[in-house]
Ligand binder design. Structure first.
Ligand code: PHB
Length: 368
């Protein structure tokens, strides 16, 4: 039963006991090396935030083609697995549990970061027009993607499985599939993006096939109770357009509920990608979707201590993610516990660079 617990109360997720319901959600910070290796700076960053009950590592790519931006970490090579080990150890040093978010961006990538220098592949040849690609030289239009053929899809499904196995080998407790924010998994789900006429397109069951195949492959390596899925059912960021998101995501969540997952992770309607947005009239209340899932539900998106506690009290969420607050307040759980003032996020250093804007936010103890 969800409801009436404190944010600070422990919770069981899968077969693990988390020390609290306070979650560090996945945040792209672009501090890996150019070849997707995790770094000692990342270890320091996660260690600073090791007071979270659950840490979900930033989006980590399952293949070289899966990336959108430079300096995003990967988990497909042995070298990458080795590079993550000290980072995971640091993150878990305070008793946290840590999951790895497995990421493939599909059409949100760009030829400039594709291994073959060609436009990225996606379910259909539909380009993003509502936003621009964040290239090192400034925003540029997204390209028309190439259509994935069946062998491409099989390769990606395999890669998710290998990445999941690698994540456990690197010390992660589990994996989260990034099915939110218009990335590859959602590109298959949405009928405004997926125009396929084969078994991966058309009906909701067909559009869910890619997600189902990824889950089945991941389950070959990682038990369901160590697998979470993240969705953003109300967001149309990156042209994530569907004719009936309420039916689509209700169906997806009911199906996920049958899998015995570790958790479902929902992004709030008022969040678009990494920023706050107008809540559209078609937004689906998080409470409505959360009640379709019987396992633990994490809700993330612009929450404060009080709004988070209220979500738990109302039985909407079991756990709450705090992205921006955790960027600026490495010891956020301590600050919450003592009612200390919170530091503001600085824009500089959000993406890329070195320590500035990343590991230089002081803890309460260091402030004094
Ligand atoms: C971002 O880099 O802005 C970003 C990455 C992953 C997301 C959303 C936003 O899911």
């Amino acid at each position: 039963m969800r409801g009436s617990s404190s944010l600070f109360e422990p919770i069981r997720v899968g077969e693990q006991d988390l020390s609290s319901r306070i979650v560090l959600p996945p945040l792209t910070r672009s501090r890996a090396t150019d070849t997707g290796l995790a770094t000692s700076l990342m270890a320091q960053y996660y260690r600073q935030r090791s007071g979270a009950g659950l840490i979900i590592a930033e989006g980590t790519v399952v293949l070289p083609q899966a990336t959108a931006y430079p300096r995003v970490p990967g988990i497909y090579s042995e070298e990458q697995v080795a590079s993550w080990r000290p980072v995971v150890e640091a993150a878990k040093s305070n008793g946290s549990t840590m999951y790895c978010q497995l990421w493939h961006v599909g059409r949100q990538s760009h030829s400039s970061v594709q291994p073959d220098g060609l436009p990225p592949k996606a379910p259909s040849t539909v380009a993003i027009t509502g936003q621009q690609y964040r290239s090192p030289g400034g925003p540029v239009p997204y390209e028309v993607p190439r259509e994935l053929i069946e062998p491409d899809i099989a390769e990606i499904v395999d890669a998710f499985g290998r990445a999941a196995r690698n994540a456990l080998r690197a010390g992660f407790d589990g994996v989260e599939l990034h099915g939110a924010n218009g990335y590859l998994i959602e590109q298959f789900l949405d009928d405004g993006i997926n125009l396929r006429t084969d078994k991966y397109g058309g009906s909701i069951a067909n559009r869910m096939r890619f997600l189902e195949e990824v889950l089945q492959e991941v389950f070959e390596h990682v038990p369901p109770h160590r697998v979470g899925v993240r969705l953003s059912p109300s967001s149309d960021w990156m042209d994530a357009i569907d004719s009936d998101k309420r039916t689509l995501f209700s169906t997806v969540i009911r199906r996920l509920d049958e899998c015995g997952l570790a958790y479902l992770h929902l992004v709030e309607p008022g969040i678009a990608g990494a920023t706050s947005a107008e809540e559209s009239s078609s937004a689906i209340p998080t409470s409505e979707l959360a009640q379709l899932f019987t396992g633990p539900v994490i809700v993330t998106g612009g929450h404060t201590f009080h709004s988070a506690q209220e979500l738990i009290d109302r039985g909407v969420a079991d756990m709450v993610g705090f992205g921006r607050l955790f960027i600026a307040n490495p010891d956020l759980p301590t600050r919450f516990a003592v009612g200390a003032p919170l530091q503001e996020v600085r824009k500089k250093g959000l993406y890329g660079g070195a320590a500035e804007g990343y590991t230089d936010y002081p803890s309460l103890a260091a402030e004094k």
